[in-house]
Design a protein around this ligand. Sequence first.
Ligand SMILES: Nc1nc2c(ncn2[C@@H]2O[C@H](COP(=O)(O)OP(=O)(O)OP(=O)(O)O)[C@@H](O)[C@H]2O)c(=O)[nH]1
Length: 298
Amino acid sequence: MNALTLPDVAAQVSRETLPLDWVGMCGIATPVLIDGQRLGATADAGVSLDDGTARGIHMSRLYVALEKLEDAPLAPSLMREILQQFLDSHEGLSRAASLSIHTDVLLKRPALVSPLAGWKSYPVSIEAHLENAMFHVELRIQIPYSSTCPCSAALARQLIQQQFVDDFANKRLEHAEVLAWLGSSNGIVATPHSQRSTATLTLCLNTDCNDMPLLAVIDNAEAALGTAVQTAVKRADEQAFALANGQNLMFCEDAARRLNAALSPLPSIVAGQVQVVHAESLHAHNAVAHSRWPREAP
Ligand SMILES: Nc1nc2c(ncn2[C@@H]2O[C@H](COP(=O)(O)OP(=O)(O)OP(=O)(O)O)[C@@H](O)[C@H]2O)c(=O)[nH]1
């Protein structure tokens, strides 16, 4: 076979001299190691093309650098190493590099009361950027939970009181009769509405972290909300869930404040933003609140 020289189009001079902000590949399949689990993920890898005369970047050099994801736990330090390799392999062409990883973290969560447990999937994205030795990493995670409207609960309580007045007007109160009434459908004549809700947390991580603080973030967030959606559920678990909802009535504003208070003290997080969306059953639209920290001085 003839030893032909392969044409290298990327090395050609571009006819139109124009630097590009980002060039790379999106949706590269890769495994990642998180908390000892090997997960399937996709990666978006790219660099800036600051040399406007160069025709193209060297995609294969970015692809090869992603091999590091196979064996080392995913951490800010690992992402920095990979980004540095992107830049080293594009010396003279690129000044900025970025890498995003998208995956679903699977966690086994215990039931509230029964000995059952089940798997829950949390969509996670980690975005890292390196430019002029400035490195930052952002973790985005979605957490589903239940929220019961405090206003609706108060309105339902008022109707229950009214029903009590109607049913027991001019009657001597008998303990057994009241108890039976409380257990009847008349005793709970109205119920508050509740909704499946989602918190999207965007967290700027401490770049010295040698692991991803996923479990700490999820555990803190779910404890602060008190009404995480459940996996395996027996009746005892459902009853405990009803109690948890009753004890944690939440407007979207309440949920955003709770999450801010729970996550902002974590040492692995230097700044953050919370977006909560309550998919209302009262309306066909959603109730939404945002909160971020640290807050700029007014
Ligand atoms: N830059 C660029 N490359 C592309 C694109 N689509 C496909 N490729 C291909 O990506 C492959 C890898 O490119 P390079 O990394 O430059 O490959 P190479 O020249 O063999 O590798 P080096 O010797 O390291 O430069 C080439 O075959 C390109 O044709 C594109 O839109 N832009």
